[in-house]
Ligand binder design. Sequence first.
Ligand code: AMP
Ligand code: FE
Ligand code: FE
Ligand code: ZN
Length: 274
Amino acid sequence: MPCDLHVHTSASDGTENPAEVVEKAGKAGLTALAVTDHDTIRGVAPALEAGREIGITVLPGVELAAEEEDGEVHLLGYLFDPHHPLLREELARLEKARLARVERMVEKIRALGIPLALERVLALAGEGTVGRPHVARALVEIGAVGSVAEAFARYLERHGPAYVPRLKMAPEEAVLLIRRAGGVAVLAHPGLSRCEELIPRLVSAGLQGLEVYHPEHTPQMVEHYRGLCRRYGLLATGGSDYHGAGHRRYSRLGEVTAPDEVVEKMLALAGRTA
Ligand code: AMP
Ligand code: FE
Ligand code: FE
Ligand code: ZN
């Protein structure tokens, strides 16, 4: 039975709230789903509750963005203790830094002569963690660009005129944080980050899995990462990276899944039973 272990909600840059996403997962015939919002676990409690009502397994998750010399690497954490003090403290710090970063990006955009309102960007983020996608949507709204993709290409991509670097967190630190909070640490979409040399380093830091199955991974990549999982004794996980039905790329919940047994293995690694 299929499980989708990479899903965003309105708690970050997904467009549907956690209960809606869980309901969709039930209708799509998924047996388990992990909510993995960017730098926040606000969506976890409502998703767990919806899961209990609907009768599908919901795993607590998070997708942490870490910085590497020449790019960004994402780490997925699963089955951590959502009340762990260190985790909560770090997430609060990341959330604050996200807000400050968006404020600076909006200033840069305004300095370019575009009358973008910070209030509107924050309103689009709503309860969720704010980020570049919300800046992009606000730019579309005021007609400064024709699409979110154009907003990124013209202003928001790394080295773009409105780009501001994020709070630096090393990938190893992200792995340690997840492990300390009792979670399972998985490297997200390695095919997107091109961070091969990082894998042995992260394994030493406590990495337990690779996201082998992802919409952007070619069959060759899947084969390659399956091989690395065997070599390093890592779990092969996967998911759709769903961001909502209207998203340009990640709009199909369950488009990519992982087998049920992965969830059982994760539960065993986290020292829990379903
Ligand atoms: P942030 O976390 O604020 O740096 O925003 C990163 C998020 O923006 C990613 O997780 C994607 O969802 C989205 N994103 C990144 N690049 C693009 C792009 N070129 N077009 C549309 N969305 C993008
Ligand atoms: Fe995203
Ligand atoms: Fe990601
Ligand atoms: Zn994601």
